[in-house]
Design a protein around this ligand. Structure first.
Ligand code: SAH
Ligand code: SF4
Ligand code: F3S
Length: 475
Protein backbone atom coordinates (compact mmCIF):
# COMPACT_ATOMS: atom_id res chain seq x y z
CA UNK A 1 0.00 0.00 0.00
CA UNK A 2 1.91 3.02 -1.29
CA UNK A 3 5.14 2.03 0.50
CA UNK A 4 7.12 4.68 -1.38
CA UNK A 5 5.32 7.67 0.19
CA UNK A 6 7.51 8.35 3.20
CA UNK A 7 6.51 11.87 4.20
CA UNK A 8 6.09 13.02 7.79
CA UNK A 9 5.23 15.96 10.00
CA UNK A 10 5.98 16.31 13.72
CA UNK A 11 4.06 18.46 16.21
CA UNK A 12 5.57 18.91 19.64
CA UNK A 13 4.21 19.88 23.05
CA UNK A 14 6.13 20.28 26.27
CA UNK A 15 9.61 20.84 27.56
CA UNK A 16 13.06 20.87 25.97
CA UNK A 17 13.29 17.13 26.47
CA UNK A 18 10.36 16.64 24.09
CA UNK A 19 11.59 19.26 21.65
CA UNK A 20 14.95 17.50 21.62
CA UNK A 21 13.35 14.07 21.10
CA UNK A 22 11.24 15.39 18.21
CA UNK A 23 14.26 16.98 16.68
CA UNK A 24 16.16 13.70 16.86
CA UNK A 25 13.22 11.77 15.42
CA UNK A 26 12.94 14.19 12.49
CA UNK A 27 16.62 13.88 11.67
CA UNK A 28 16.55 10.08 12.07
CA UNK A 29 13.62 9.81 9.64
CA UNK A 30 15.33 12.11 7.11
CA UNK A 31 18.44 9.93 7.32
CA UNK A 32 16.27 6.96 6.36
CA UNK A 33 14.79 8.44 3.23
CA UNK A 34 11.76 10.24 4.68
CA UNK A 35 10.92 13.82 3.76
CA UNK A 36 9.06 16.53 5.64
CA UNK A 37 5.59 17.62 4.48
CA UNK A 38 2.80 19.90 5.76
CA UNK A 39 0.46 18.38 8.33
CA UNK A 40 -2.41 17.94 5.87
CA UNK A 41 -0.19 16.36 3.18
CA UNK A 42 2.09 14.08 5.21
CA UNK A 43 1.62 10.33 5.20
CA UNK A 44 2.42 10.21 8.91
CA UNK A 45 1.81 12.94 11.48
CA UNK A 46 3.64 12.39 14.78
CA UNK A 47 2.36 14.22 17.86
CA UNK A 48 4.91 14.36 20.69
CA UNK A 49 2.89 15.02 23.82
CA UNK A 50 3.19 16.60 27.27
CA UNK A 51 1.25 15.60 30.35
CA UNK A 52 2.65 17.94 32.98
CA UNK A 53 -0.58 19.91 33.38
CA UNK A 54 -4.18 19.32 32.42
CA UNK A 55 -4.13 21.90 29.62
CA UNK A 56 -1.40 20.45 27.38
CA UNK A 57 -2.96 17.00 27.84
CA UNK A 58 -6.36 18.29 26.72
CA UNK A 59 -4.74 20.02 23.74
CA UNK A 60 -3.41 16.66 22.54
CA UNK A 61 -6.94 15.28 22.23
CA UNK A 62 -8.25 18.31 20.39
CA UNK A 63 -5.25 18.30 18.07
CA UNK A 64 -5.71 14.59 17.28
CA UNK A 65 -9.39 15.26 16.57
CA UNK A 66 -8.43 17.99 14.12
CA UNK A 67 -5.69 15.93 12.47
CA UNK A 68 -8.07 12.99 12.05
CA UNK A 69 -10.20 15.22 9.83
CA UNK A 70 -7.29 16.25 7.58
CA UNK A 71 -5.48 14.50 4.74
CA UNK A 72 -8.25 12.03 3.86
CA UNK A 73 -6.88 12.04 0.28
CA UNK A 74 -3.37 10.99 1.34
CA UNK A 75 -3.15 7.22 0.74
CA UNK A 76 -2.14 5.17 3.78
CA UNK A 77 -2.17 8.21 6.07
CA UNK A 78 -2.00 7.59 9.83
CA UNK A 79 -1.12 9.30 13.10
CA UNK A 80 1.51 8.42 15.73
CA UNK A 81 1.53 9.61 19.34
CA UNK A 82 4.73 9.82 21.38
CA UNK A 83 5.95 11.29 24.64
CA UNK A 84 4.42 11.72 28.05
CA UNK A 85 0.67 11.41 27.33
CA UNK A 86 1.48 8.39 25.13
CA UNK A 87 3.20 6.82 28.13
CA UNK A 88 0.26 7.71 30.36
CA UNK A 89 -2.66 6.68 28.13
CA UNK A 90 -0.94 3.98 26.03
CA UNK A 91 -3.25 1.79 23.97
CA UNK A 92 -6.21 3.95 25.01
CA UNK A 93 -5.38 6.13 22.00
CA UNK A 94 -6.26 3.30 19.58
CA UNK A 95 -9.85 3.23 20.85
CA UNK A 96 -10.37 6.98 20.89
CA UNK A 97 -8.64 7.70 17.59
CA UNK A 98 -8.65 4.86 15.04
CA UNK A 99 -6.26 6.90 12.85
CA UNK A 100 -3.55 6.38 15.48
CA UNK A 101 -1.42 3.42 14.38
CA UNK A 102 1.59 3.90 16.64
CA UNK A 103 1.91 4.89 20.28
CA UNK A 104 5.45 5.21 21.65
CA UNK A 105 6.43 6.05 25.20
CA UNK A 106 9.17 8.35 26.45
CA UNK A 107 11.85 5.65 26.52
CA UNK A 108 10.98 4.37 23.06
CA UNK A 109 11.75 7.36 20.82
CA UNK A 110 14.88 5.54 19.65
CA UNK A 111 12.68 2.72 18.28
CA UNK A 112 10.06 4.96 16.65
CA UNK A 113 11.81 5.31 13.23
CA UNK A 114 11.97 1.53 12.85
CA UNK A 115 8.34 1.17 13.91
CA UNK A 116 7.17 3.83 11.44
CA UNK A 117 9.15 2.14 8.69
CA UNK A 118 7.52 -1.21 9.47
CA UNK A 119 4.06 0.35 9.45
CA UNK A 120 4.45 2.15 6.09
CA UNK A 121 6.06 -0.86 4.41
CA UNK A 122 3.26 -3.13 5.61
CA UNK A 123 5.76 -5.41 7.38
CA UNK A 124 3.83 -4.61 10.54
CA UNK A 125 0.03 -4.40 10.26
CA UNK A 126 -0.34 -2.32 13.47
CA UNK A 127 -1.53 -0.75 15.56
CA UNK A 128 1.71 -0.84 17.50
CA UNK A 129 2.34 0.20 21.11
CA UNK A 130 5.91 0.65 22.38
CA UNK A 131 5.52 1.52 26.04
CA UNK A 132 8.29 -0.25 27.98
CA UNK A 133 10.73 1.55 30.18
CA UNK A 134 14.31 0.54 29.45
CA UNK A 135 16.63 -0.64 32.22
CA UNK A 136 19.34 1.84 31.16
CA UNK A 137 19.76 4.97 29.02
CA UNK A 138 19.04 3.74 25.50
CA UNK A 139 21.81 4.86 23.12
CA UNK A 140 20.65 6.35 19.85
CA UNK A 141 22.50 7.15 16.66
CA UNK A 142 23.66 10.75 16.44
CA UNK A 143 22.23 12.05 13.13
CA UNK A 144 24.05 15.33 13.53
CA UNK A 145 22.37 18.49 12.33
CA UNK A 146 23.75 20.04 9.17
CA UNK A 147 25.73 23.25 9.23
CA UNK A 148 26.60 23.67 12.88
CA UNK A 149 23.15 24.05 14.30
CA UNK A 150 20.50 21.91 15.86
CA UNK A 151 16.86 22.41 15.01
CA UNK A 152 16.07 22.65 18.66
CA UNK A 153 14.02 25.36 20.29
CA UNK A 154 14.20 26.86 23.70
CA UNK A 155 11.08 26.95 25.69
CA UNK A 156 9.35 25.19 28.40
CA UNK A 157 5.73 26.07 28.20
CA UNK A 158 4.26 22.62 28.15
CA UNK A 159 1.34 24.07 26.28
CA UNK A 160 1.72 25.11 22.69
CA UNK A 161 2.09 22.74 19.78
CA UNK A 162 5.18 23.64 17.84
CA UNK A 163 5.56 22.76 14.22
CA UNK A 164 8.86 20.98 13.80
CA UNK A 165 9.70 21.96 10.28
CA UNK A 166 13.41 21.91 10.96
CA UNK A 167 13.56 25.59 10.08
CA UNK A 168 11.50 27.73 12.40
CA UNK A 169 13.11 26.25 15.47
CA UNK A 170 16.72 26.36 14.41
CA UNK A 171 19.12 28.10 16.77
CA UNK A 172 22.34 28.06 14.86
CA UNK A 173 25.51 27.18 16.67
CA UNK A 174 23.57 25.79 19.58
CA UNK A 175 22.62 22.24 20.54
CA UNK A 176 20.98 20.30 23.36
CA UNK A 177 22.60 17.14 24.70
CA UNK A 178 20.69 14.68 26.85
CA UNK A 179 22.59 13.53 29.93
CA UNK A 180 19.86 11.60 31.70
CA UNK A 181 16.32 10.30 31.49
CA UNK A 182 13.56 10.34 34.07
CA UNK A 183 13.28 11.63 37.60
CA UNK A 184 13.23 10.05 41.06
CA UNK A 185 11.99 13.04 43.02
CA UNK A 186 8.25 12.46 43.02
CA UNK A 187 7.30 16.02 43.94
CA UNK A 188 3.71 15.73 45.20
CA UNK A 189 2.14 17.48 42.18
CA UNK A 190 4.25 16.04 39.39
CA UNK A 191 3.48 13.35 36.83
CA UNK A 192 6.96 13.39 35.26
CA UNK A 193 8.44 10.49 37.31
CA UNK A 194 5.50 8.32 36.22
CA UNK A 195 5.64 9.17 32.54
CA UNK A 196 9.43 9.53 32.14
CA UNK A 197 10.37 6.69 34.47
CA UNK A 198 13.20 6.33 36.99
CA UNK A 199 16.34 8.42 36.69
CA UNK A 200 18.92 6.92 34.35
CA UNK A 201 22.20 8.75 33.80
CA UNK A 202 23.82 8.52 30.41
CA UNK A 203 27.46 7.38 30.57
CA UNK A 204 29.82 10.38 30.53
CA UNK A 205 31.81 8.92 27.63
CA UNK A 206 28.66 8.96 25.45
CA UNK A 207 27.82 12.52 26.46
CA UNK A 208 31.35 13.66 25.63
CA UNK A 209 31.40 11.84 22.30
CA UNK A 210 28.22 13.69 21.29
CA UNK A 211 29.56 17.05 22.46
CA UNK A 212 32.81 16.52 20.52
CA UNK A 213 30.91 15.53 17.39
CA UNK A 214 28.70 18.63 17.67
CA UNK A 215 31.71 20.90 18.26
CA UNK A 216 33.28 19.34 15.17
CA UNK A 217 30.21 20.53 13.23
CA UNK A 218 30.62 24.11 14.43
CA UNK A 219 28.33 24.04 17.47
CA UNK A 220 29.56 26.70 19.94
CA UNK A 221 26.99 26.41 22.71
CA UNK A 222 25.86 23.20 24.38
CA UNK A 223 22.96 22.85 26.82
CA UNK A 224 23.02 19.70 28.95
CA UNK A 225 19.51 18.38 29.46
CA UNK A 226 17.78 16.36 32.16
CA UNK A 227 14.85 16.66 34.59
CA UNK A 228 17.26 17.01 37.50
CA UNK A 229 20.79 17.37 36.18
CA UNK A 230 22.21 18.01 39.65
CA UNK A 231 21.67 14.36 40.55
CA UNK A 232 23.46 13.19 37.39
CA UNK A 233 25.57 10.12 38.11
CA UNK A 234 23.92 9.39 41.44
CA UNK A 235 21.79 6.53 40.10
CA UNK A 236 23.17 3.07 39.44
CA UNK A 237 23.50 3.73 35.70
CA UNK A 238 26.23 6.31 36.01
CA UNK A 239 29.89 5.50 35.46
CA UNK A 240 31.17 7.28 38.57
CA UNK A 241 31.22 10.75 37.02
CA UNK A 242 29.24 13.32 39.02
CA UNK A 243 27.62 16.41 37.54
CA UNK A 244 30.45 18.80 38.47
CA UNK A 245 32.97 16.41 36.86
CA UNK A 246 30.85 16.14 33.73
CA UNK A 247 30.63 19.93 33.50
CA UNK A 248 34.42 20.22 33.72
CA UNK A 249 34.88 17.69 30.93
CA UNK A 250 32.25 19.24 28.67
CA UNK A 251 33.73 22.72 29.17
CA UNK A 252 37.14 21.36 28.16
CA UNK A 253 35.96 20.13 24.74
CA UNK A 254 37.74 22.01 21.97
CA UNK A 255 35.50 24.50 20.19
CA UNK A 256 32.82 24.65 22.88
CA UNK A 257 32.58 28.30 23.89
CA UNK A 258 29.47 28.12 26.06
CA UNK A 259 27.87 25.54 28.28
CA UNK A 260 24.46 25.69 29.96
CA UNK A 261 22.37 23.10 31.76
CA UNK A 262 18.76 22.59 32.73
CA UNK A 263 16.90 21.71 34.95
CA UNK A 264 18.38 22.00 38.42
CA UNK A 265 16.71 20.95 41.64
CA UNK A 266 17.75 23.22 44.53
CA UNK A 267 18.04 20.32 46.97
CA UNK A 268 20.74 18.68 44.82
CA UNK A 269 22.78 21.70 43.73
CA UNK A 270 26.21 20.71 45.10
CA UNK A 271 28.86 23.21 46.27
CA UNK A 272 31.16 21.92 43.50
CA UNK A 273 28.59 22.99 40.91
CA UNK A 274 28.27 26.42 42.53
CA UNK A 275 32.10 26.65 42.41
CA UNK A 276 32.05 25.69 38.74
CA UNK A 277 30.38 29.05 38.02
CA UNK A 278 33.50 30.73 39.41
CA UNK A 279 36.10 28.47 37.82
CA UNK A 280 34.80 27.40 34.39
CA UNK A 281 34.81 30.35 31.98
CA UNK A 282 32.75 28.41 29.41
CA UNK A 283 29.94 27.90 31.90
CA UNK A 284 27.40 30.63 31.15
CA UNK A 285 26.39 32.89 34.06
CA UNK A 286 22.79 31.69 33.89
CA UNK A 287 20.87 29.26 36.02
CA UNK A 288 17.27 28.10 35.91
CA UNK A 289 16.55 27.15 39.50
CA UNK A 290 12.89 26.22 40.01
CA UNK A 291 11.56 27.58 43.29
CA UNK A 292 7.86 26.63 42.86
CA UNK A 293 6.69 28.48 45.99
CA UNK A 294 7.98 30.90 48.60
CA UNK A 295 6.20 29.43 51.61
CA UNK A 296 8.07 26.76 53.59
CA UNK A 297 4.76 25.13 54.50
CA UNK A 298 3.82 24.75 50.82
CA UNK A 299 7.33 23.65 49.81
CA UNK A 300 7.08 20.95 52.46
CA UNK A 301 3.65 19.82 51.24
CA UNK A 302 5.03 19.74 47.70
CA UNK A 303 7.80 17.40 48.86
CA UNK A 304 10.48 19.71 47.46
CA UNK A 305 12.89 18.98 50.35
CA UNK A 306 14.35 22.48 50.70
CA UNK A 307 13.14 25.59 52.47
CA UNK A 308 13.50 29.28 51.69
CA UNK A 309 16.55 29.59 53.87
CA UNK A 310 18.40 26.88 51.92
CA UNK A 311 17.25 28.39 48.63
CA UNK A 312 18.36 31.93 49.50
CA UNK A 313 21.71 30.60 50.79
CA UNK A 314 22.21 28.95 47.40
CA UNK A 315 21.37 32.21 45.63
CA UNK A 316 23.91 34.06 47.78
CA UNK A 317 26.59 31.43 47.06
CA UNK A 318 25.86 31.56 43.33
CA UNK A 319 26.08 35.36 43.30
CA UNK A 320 29.35 35.20 45.24
CA UNK A 321 30.73 32.74 42.67
CA UNK A 322 29.42 34.73 39.69
CA UNK A 323 28.05 38.19 40.49
CA UNK A 324 26.47 38.60 37.05
CA UNK A 325 24.57 35.29 37.13
CA UNK A 326 21.09 35.51 35.57
CA UNK A 327 18.62 33.55 37.68
CA UNK A 328 15.34 32.27 36.24
CA UNK A 329 12.76 29.97 37.78
CA UNK A 330 9.52 27.97 37.67
CA UNK A 331 6.69 29.04 39.96
CA UNK A 332 3.35 27.48 40.71
CA UNK A 333 0.28 29.12 42.22
CA UNK A 334 -2.74 27.49 43.82
CA UNK A 335 -1.17 24.32 45.17
CA UNK A 336 -3.78 22.68 47.48
CA UNK A 337 -3.92 24.60 50.76
CA UNK A 338 -2.06 27.67 49.46
CA UNK A 339 -3.42 30.73 51.30
CA UNK A 340 -3.12 34.36 50.24
CA UNK A 341 -0.41 34.70 52.88
CA UNK A 342 1.51 31.77 51.34
CA UNK A 343 1.16 33.35 47.94
CA UNK A 344 2.50 36.66 49.29
CA UNK A 345 5.62 34.74 50.35
CA UNK A 346 6.11 33.63 46.74
CA UNK A 347 5.99 37.28 45.64
CA UNK A 348 8.41 38.18 48.42
CA UNK A 349 10.81 35.44 47.30
CA UNK A 350 10.66 36.68 43.72
CA UNK A 351 11.62 40.17 44.87
CA UNK A 352 14.36 38.84 47.12
CA UNK A 353 15.98 36.87 44.29
CA UNK A 354 15.16 39.31 41.48
CA UNK A 355 14.50 36.68 38.81
CA UNK A 356 15.26 37.79 35.28
CA UNK A 357 12.32 35.75 34.03
CA UNK A 358 10.11 32.91 35.17
CA UNK A 359 7.72 30.29 33.90
CA UNK A 360 4.61 30.34 36.04
CA UNK A 361 1.73 27.90 36.19
CA UNK A 362 -1.62 27.40 37.87
CA UNK A 363 -1.65 24.10 39.74
CA UNK A 364 -3.70 21.30 38.20
CA UNK A 365 -4.34 17.77 39.52
CA UNK A 366 -2.43 15.10 37.66
CA UNK A 367 -3.56 11.46 37.78
CA UNK A 368 -1.68 9.29 40.24
CA UNK A 369 0.15 12.12 42.03
CA UNK A 370 -0.05 12.64 45.81
CA UNK A 371 -1.49 16.15 45.69
CA UNK A 372 -4.70 14.86 44.08
CA UNK A 373 -5.74 13.86 47.61
CA UNK A 374 -4.61 17.10 49.24
CA UNK A 375 -7.10 19.76 50.31
CA UNK A 376 -8.44 22.36 50.11
CA UNK A 377 -8.25 22.84 46.35
CA UNK A 378 -7.95 26.46 45.27
CA UNK A 379 -10.73 27.87 43.07
CA UNK A 380 -9.82 28.42 39.43
CA UNK A 381 -10.53 32.17 39.55
CA UNK A 382 -8.31 32.56 42.58
CA UNK A 383 -5.48 30.64 40.86
CA UNK A 384 -5.77 32.81 37.76
CA UNK A 385 -5.85 35.98 39.85
CA UNK A 386 -2.67 34.94 41.70
CA UNK A 387 -1.02 34.01 38.42
CA UNK A 388 -1.81 37.42 36.94
CA UNK A 389 -0.41 39.24 39.97
CA UNK A 390 2.71 37.08 39.89
CA UNK A 391 3.25 37.72 36.21
CA UNK A 392 2.81 41.47 36.67
CA UNK A 393 5.55 41.43 39.30
CA UNK A 394 7.75 39.38 36.96
CA UNK A 395 7.35 42.01 34.24
CA UNK A 396 8.69 44.62 36.67
CA UNK A 397 11.59 42.42 37.73
CA UNK A 398 12.45 41.58 34.11
CA UNK A 399 12.45 45.25 33.15
CA UNK A 400 14.69 46.07 36.11
CA UNK A 401 17.13 43.25 35.31
CA UNK A 402 17.38 44.25 31.66
CA UNK A 403 17.85 47.94 32.52
CA UNK A 404 20.76 46.95 34.77
CA UNK A 405 22.59 45.55 31.74
CA UNK A 406 22.83 48.89 29.95
CA UNK A 407 26.48 49.90 29.68
CA UNK A 408 27.75 46.35 30.26
CA UNK A 409 29.76 44.30 27.81
CA UNK A 410 28.36 41.02 26.47
CA UNK A 411 29.13 38.28 23.96
CA UNK A 412 26.21 37.51 21.67
CA UNK A 413 25.70 34.23 19.84
CA UNK A 414 24.09 35.27 16.55
CA UNK A 415 20.87 33.46 15.64
CA UNK A 416 19.15 35.26 12.79
CA UNK A 417 18.98 38.51 10.95
CA UNK A 418 15.77 40.49 11.15
CA UNK A 419 14.85 42.42 8.01
CA UNK A 420 13.16 45.74 7.57
CA UNK A 421 9.45 45.55 6.81
CA UNK A 422 9.90 47.63 3.66
CA UNK A 423 12.29 44.96 2.38
CA UNK A 424 15.19 47.40 2.21
CA UNK A 425 17.81 45.21 3.77
CA UNK A 426 18.65 43.96 7.23
CA UNK A 427 18.12 45.95 10.44
CA UNK A 428 19.85 43.93 13.08
CA UNK A 429 20.92 40.50 14.16
CA UNK A 430 19.08 38.71 16.94
CA UNK A 431 21.09 36.60 19.35
CA UNK A 432 21.58 35.74 22.99
CA UNK A 433 24.12 36.90 25.52
CA UNK A 434 25.84 34.65 28.06
CA UNK A 435 22.94 35.09 30.47
CA UNK A 436 20.46 33.89 27.83
CA UNK A 437 18.94 37.35 27.27
CA UNK A 438 17.80 38.25 23.75
CA UNK A 439 20.05 40.95 22.27
CA UNK A 440 19.52 42.76 18.96
CA UNK A 441 22.74 43.95 17.32
CA UNK A 442 23.02 45.90 14.06
CA UNK A 443 26.16 44.67 12.30
CA UNK A 444 26.15 47.06 9.37
CA UNK A 445 29.04 46.22 7.06
CA UNK A 446 30.53 43.75 9.50
CA UNK A 447 28.77 40.75 7.95
CA UNK A 448 28.00 37.99 10.39
CA UNK A 449 26.71 34.46 10.11
CA UNK A 450 24.25 32.52 12.27
CA UNK A 451 26.21 30.68 14.95
CA UNK A 452 29.02 33.27 15.18
CA UNK A 453 29.85 35.17 18.34
CA UNK A 454 30.22 38.93 18.54
CA UNK A 455 31.38 41.23 21.36
CA UNK A 456 28.93 44.00 22.08
CA UNK A 457 28.20 46.82 24.48
CA UNK A 458 24.60 46.97 25.70
CA UNK A 459 23.13 50.35 24.82
CA UNK A 460 19.40 49.99 25.45
CA UNK A 461 16.90 47.85 27.37
CA UNK A 462 13.51 47.07 25.83
CA UNK A 463 10.63 45.27 27.53
CA UNK A 464 11.89 41.75 26.88
CA UNK A 465 15.17 42.26 25.07
CA UNK A 466 18.33 44.32 24.86
CA UNK A 467 20.01 46.31 22.12
CA UNK A 468 23.76 46.11 21.71
CA UNK A 469 26.49 47.77 19.64
CA UNK A 470 29.14 45.52 18.14
CA UNK A 471 32.65 46.32 19.34
CA UNK A 472 34.49 44.07 16.91
CA UNK A 473 34.10 41.62 14.06
CA UNK A 474 31.97 38.47 14.55
CA UNK A 475 34.13 35.41 15.26
N1 SAH B 1 12.21 18.92 36.48
C1 SAH B 1 11.87 20.25 36.53
C2 SAH B 1 10.51 20.65 36.00
C3 SAH B 1 9.63 19.71 35.32
S1 SAH B 1 7.98 20.15 35.02
C4 SAH B 1 11.96 20.68 37.96
O1 SAH B 1 12.10 19.91 38.86
O2 SAH B 1 11.87 21.85 38.21
C5 SAH B 1 8.04 21.87 34.68
C6 SAH B 1 7.25 22.71 35.61
O3 SAH B 1 5.87 22.44 35.51
C7 SAH B 1 7.53 22.50 37.10
O4 SAH B 1 8.67 23.17 37.51
C8 SAH B 1 6.30 23.03 37.75
O5 SAH B 1 6.40 24.40 38.02
C9 SAH B 1 5.22 22.80 36.70
N2 SAH B 1 4.30 21.73 37.09
C10 SAH B 1 4.58 20.43 37.29
N3 SAH B 1 3.48 19.76 37.67
C11 SAH B 1 2.46 20.67 37.71
C12 SAH B 1 1.08 20.59 38.04
N4 SAH B 1 0.51 19.47 38.44
N5 SAH B 1 0.34 21.72 37.96
C13 SAH B 1 0.92 22.89 37.58
N6 SAH B 1 2.21 23.02 37.26
C14 SAH B 1 2.99 21.93 37.33
FE1 SF4 C 1 8.71 16.78 38.60
FE2 SF4 C 1 9.94 17.30 40.86
FE3 SF4 C 1 11.04 15.60 39.12
FE4 SF4 C 1 10.94 18.18 38.54
S1 SF4 C 1 12.09 17.25 40.23
S2 SF4 C 1 10.40 16.50 37.19
S3 SF4 C 1 9.03 18.84 39.45
S4 SF4 C 1 9.14 15.29 40.26
FE1 F3S D 1 5.81 17.60 29.68
FE2 F3S D 1 6.92 15.28 29.68
FE3 F3S D 1 8.42 17.43 29.59
S1 F3S D 1 5.22 15.83 30.90
S2 F3S D 1 7.20 18.91 30.71
S3 F3S D 1 7.02 16.78 28.04
S4 F3S D 1 8.87 15.55 30.67
Amino acid sequence: MNAENKTFHILTFGCQMNVHDSDWLGRALCAHGWTRAPEDRARVVVVNTCSVREKPERKVYSLLGRLAGLGADVPGRFLAVGGCVAQQVGRGFFERFPQVRLVFGTDQTARAPQALEALVSGAEPGPLALLDFEPAFLPRALYLPEGGGAADAPGHDGGAARPDDGQALARPGQAFVNIMQGCDNFCAYCIVPYVRGRQKSRPAAEVLAEVRALAGRGVREVTLLGQNVNSYGLDRHGDGTGFAGLLRQVCAVDGVARVRFTTSHPKDLAPEVVDAFATLPQLCPALHLPLQAGSDRILHAMGRRYDMRRYLDLVAALRAARPDIALTTDLMVGFPGETEADFQLTLEAMRAVGYESSFSFAYSDRPGTRSVDMAPKIAKDEKLDRLARLQALQEELTARALAARVGAGAVVLLEAESRRQDGRGPVAWRGRDEGGRVVNVPLGGRGGRPGQLVDVRIVQAKKHSLRGEAVGEPW
